[in-house]
Design a protein around this ligand. Sequence first.
Ligand code: ASP
Length: 453
Amino acid sequence: MKVCKFGGTSVASAEQIKKVAKIIQSDASRRIVVVSAPGKRTSDDIKVTDLLIDLANTVIAKQPYEEKIREVVARYENNAIGLGLGQEISEIITLDLQKRCNEAAYLSDETIMDYLKASGEDNNAKMIAAYFNSIGIPTRYVSPKEGLLVNNAPERTMAIEQAYENLSVLKDSEEIILFPGFFGYTVDGQLRTFDRGGSDITGAILAAAVDAELYENFTDVDCVFSANPKVVNNPAEITEITYREMRELSYAGFSVFHDEALMPVVKKGIPVNIKNTNNPSVAGTRIVPKRVESKRPVTGISADSGFSILYVSKYLMNREIGFGRKLLQILEEENISYEHTPSGLDDISVIIRSYQLDKAKEQRILSRVKEELHADDINFRHGFSMIVVVGEGMKFKTGLAASATTAISRTGANIEMINQGSSEVSLSFGVLQQYEDEILKELYNEFFTAVSV
Ligand code: ASP
């Protein structure tokens, strides 16, 4: 059996939802359907989840919110009309949202946010289940209450082990299962949402729970591209990519599939197929445990901006036991995670996502590293991009790093940091942000267009 997840644009309008029904009808093994909240219908549209976040903030601020409820309901109402469903759908959704807002008086701000955000997928799943039944596809809406157990972290929850066993019973259903994405419940019944884009995670959990043969992730592009198509003209399409490569490419341009959604399917070795709802006959991209070797050593190149570098130097650092641990501990106590830590004998750089920093935090870190670690030199620098070249075949190709650095040098950019993991699946470069696009284009030319590779 297959688990299919449909993203926001795939369920944004009646026309799109009709395509979803056709896709389900065309393959009897498509048994479990996970849906997002209605997404954007055009590029300047607003996602229902964003309308709901606005509604939640209004409720939290104790401001009048009726108009905002109407705005959300209007989105479903349009779709219900287009699908030939009755007027009662808008009444049910209005009552549901009013109930959620009224209950806010007894809930924490974080819970109000999760509770309202989750209504986007929940109401959409109920409505789409009603539509499927109305056109003769026997369908059952299943609430995450029936077993999708998660931990207590608001807005970024994660499933707990028990969820998989609870949900495994869904594989025996005679009817198509329609399951809302994006949220689950804690053991004591509290609703919690995943990270943004988290319906991918719900689909992956269900695929793992029922031991699906395939997890189909329907979106609005034909495939994953080997570089960000907003920067590189006509990048090559990726037909097959390993879990490991996909994970390493998780920077900008590769956001078609949520990072955290890989974990449940990797554990079970279930392949993922990224497909286009608007063009379902195209094979799409398969994310697999292992793939046949291709001629090209590089599978993809990704890039992201918004990084800072914490630079620390101290004479004889390499002899000092525990220096690295103490440094990272200071960052841990400031609640900061890091991406890379390239080092020399007497210095170490820590690459951090800049959004985790502010002036006060930086000041505290600088003075603690000076006082507690007696560093000779320490500073923060901002405005960096990370560029990552990824491919399972890279370790078999000598001179690959030389080709990459030569390509970068053609842009005139200085390489501030290089990092190659021992798996040799990826090679990352830290550069000044302003060179990012130009470097991406040069690297793409080097590894995908030039004849030499
Ligand atoms: N609707 C949620 C979001 O916009 C989750 C999802 O679509 O996957 O983030």
